[in-house]
Design a protein around this ligand. Structure first.
Ligand code: GDP
Ligand code: IMO
Ligand code: MG
Length: 429
C-alpha cells in the first residue's frame, strides 16, 4: 500500500490541512478530489501560517499538487489564492500544479443562487459558506456545467450558455433577480481562461504515469463524513461525497489506488453552520473548547459550535469510509480540564442507539450518553512522542480508539507541522 487517502471523520475542520502538509513531504503527488473553496485548511510551518481553500495542501512543501475532476473550481478564487501564496514565497507553476480539464466551474451565478436561497430560507438555512458549491454541483449533475476544457472553446460556448442561462434565469426570476448578463460572463471567462488553461490537462493520465512509476499518491479530502451528501446529517450537508471512495472517482484513478484511509479526527467535536450536533455544549466547557481551540472558520470567520468527543459518529464515519487508522488532532486543547466526557451512545424515545439514525428529526432529538474520564493538568502542547504525554491523556486516546474500533496512527499536539506523534506510518502500511 503506497498511497494514502485523507478524509475528515466529523463535520470538517479536523486538521486535515496540517496532516496532509506533514505527510506531503513523503508523497510524490497530492490530489484534491471533491469540494471546492468551501474548504479552509490551515498549515503552520515554523510559525508561518498558510491558509488554503482550493489548492491542495501539498503545494506549500513543493509536492506535485493536483485538482481532480471531482472538485468544483472557481477560477477567480483560484487566481487570488495562487497570488496570495506566491506572495508568501510558495512557487506555483505548471511543473508542480495541474487542474483536471474535466473539472466543472463555479460561476458568479452559482454564488448568487447560493446566497439568494440561504437568504430566503431564513432560520431554516443550511449555513453554507456562500461559495456557490451546491448550485455548481447541481449543474454538473444536470449536465449544464461549463467545464475547464470549455475555456479553450469560448467561441463555441453559445449553445451551452443557452442551456445554463435558461435554467438560471428561470430560478433568478423567482427571486426577482435580472437574468444572467451573458456578455459580461463571457468577457470574464475570456480574461481568466489563459490563467486556468496554463495548468489544465487530463490529470487522470498524469496520475496514471505517476502511479506506473511507483510513486506515492496522497489524496486530500475536504469537509468531513458527517457533511457527506449521502451519509451526513442531510440536508445539513455539503453537495459532494466526502467519503474515501470519492478519491477514486474524483481523481480518475481506480479504487485499488486509494491505499491507507487516514481519518482525521479532532479530540473533541466542532461544527460550523446549521444542523444537528448531539454533543454540542452551550456552557463554559463549550466556550473553553472554542477559545483554546481557536474555533473560528478559515473561510467565513464564523464561530464554530463546540462539544465533547462523539464516539458514535466517528465509529460510524470510520465504518462508512473504511478508515484504516486515524490521526487524532488537537489533543492539547483538552489540557487542563478536570474531567473530560466521551459520548458512547444516544437515547431516543426510551431506546438506546449505537449509531446516528438517518432521519433529520431523530438526529436533532437524540440525547448523548456520556462516559466521564479524569482529565490531565500537564500540557501536551508540542508533544512529539508518547513519552511526552501524561498518563491520563494516553488513557483518553486509548479509550477513543477502543470506542471507534479503529487504531490511532498519528497524534497531533499543536498547529505546527512537526508537533506530531507518529504511531504507525500510513505510507508503510
Ligand atoms: P481542516 O479544514 O481539516 O484542514 O482544519 P482547519 O485548518 O480548518 O482547522 C483546524 C485548526 O486547528 C487550524 O487552525 C489548525 O492550525 C489547528 N490545528 C491543527 N492541528 C492542531 C493541534 O493538534 N492542536 C492545535 N491546538 N491546533 C491544531
Ligand atoms: P474543511 O475542508 C467545515 C459546511 C458549511 C455548511 C455546509 C454546506 O475546511 O473541513 P457548502 O458551502 O459546502 O454548501 O456548505 O457545509 N462546510 C464546512 N464545514 N469545514 C469545511 O471544510 C466545510 N465546507 C463546508 O458550513 O454547514
Ligand atoms: Mg477547515
Amino acid at each position: 500500500m503506497a498511497n494514502v487517502t485523507v478524509i475528515g471523520a466529523q463535520w470538517g475542520d479536523e486538521g486535515k490541512g496540517k496532516i496532509v502538509d506533514w505527510l506531503a513531504s513523503r508523497a510524490d503527488a497530492v490530489v484534491r478530489f471533491q469540494g471546492g473553496h468551501n474548504a479552509g485548511h490551515t498549515l503552520v510551518i515554523d510559525g508561518k501560517v498558510f491558509k488554503l481553500s482550493l489548492l491542495p495542501s501539498g503545494i506549500v512543501s513543493g509536492t506535485l499538487s493536483i485538482i481532480g475532476n471531482g472538485v468544483v473550481l472557481d477560477p477567480w478564487a483560484l487566481q487570488s489564492e495562487v497570488e496570495k501564496l506566491e506572495a508568501q514565497g510558495v512557487s506555483i507553476s505548471d511543473d508542480n500544479f495541474a487542474i483536471a480539464d474535466n473539472c466543472p466551474l463555479i460561476l458568479p451565478m452559482h454564488r448568487d443562487l447560493d446566497g439568494l436561497r440561504e437568504a430566503a430560507a431564513g432560520s431554516g438555512k443550511i449555513g453554507t459558506t456562500g461559495r456557490g458549491i451546491g448550485p455548481a454541483y447541481e449543474d454538473k449533475v444536470g449536465r449544464r456545467a461549463i467545464r475547464v476544457c470549455d475555456l479553450a472553446h469560448l467561441d463555441s460556448l453559445d449553445p451551452q450558455l443557452d442551456r445554463l442561462c435558461a435554467h438560471h434565469d428561470a430560478l433568478r426570476a423567482g427571486f426577482d433577480q435580472p437574468p444572467v448578463d451573458r456578455s459580461a460572463l463571457l468577457e470574464e471567462l475570456r480574461e481568466i481562461a489563459p490563467f486556468v488553461m496554463r495548468f489544465a490537462q487530463p490529470v487522470w493520465k498524469r496520475l496514471k504515469k505517476v502511479k506506473r512509476a511507483g510513486a506515492k499518491i496522497l489524496f486530500e479530502g475536504a469537509q468531513g463524513v458527517l457533511l457527506d451528501v449521502d451519509h451526513g446529517t442531510y440536508p445539513f450537508v455539503t453537495s459532494s461525497n466526502t467519503v474515501s471512495g470519492t478519491a477514486a472517482s474524483g481523481s480518475g484513478l481506480g479504487p485499488n489506488s486509494t491505499g491507507f484511509v487516514l481519518g482525521i479526527v479532532k479530540a473533541y467535536t466542532t461544527r460550523v453552520g446549521s444542523g444537528p450536533f448531539p454533543t454540542e455544549l452551550d456552557d463554559m466547557d463549550g466556550q473553553t473548547l472554542g477559545e483554546r481551540g481557536h474555533e473560528f472558520g478559515v473561510v467565513t470567520g464564523r464561530k464554530r459550535r463546540c462539544g465533547w468527543f462523539d464516539a458514535v459518529i466517528v465509529r460510524q464515519s470510520c465504518a462508512i469510509s473504511g478508515v484504516t487508522g486515524i490521526a487524532l488532532t488537537k489533543v492539547d486543547v483538552l489540557d487542563g480540564f478536570e474531567t473530560v466526557k466521551i459520548c458512547t451512545g444516544y437515547r431516543l424515545r426510551g431506546k438506546v442507539y449505537d449509531y446516528l439514525p438517518a432521519h433529520a428529526a431523530d438526529q436533532a432529538a437524540v440525547e448523548p450518553i456520556y462516559e466521564e474520564m479524569e482529565g490531565w493538568q500537564q500540557t501536551t502542547a508540542g508533544a512529539r512522542s508518547w513519552a511526552d504525554l501524561p498518563a491520563n491523556a494516553i488513557k483518553y486516546i486509548q479509550r477513543v480508539q477502543e470506542l471507534i474500533e479503529t487504531p490511532v496512527a498519528l497524534v497531533s499536539t499543536s498547529p505546527e507541522r512537526d508537533d506530531t506523534i507518529l504511531v504507525r506510518d500510513p505510507f508503510m502500511d
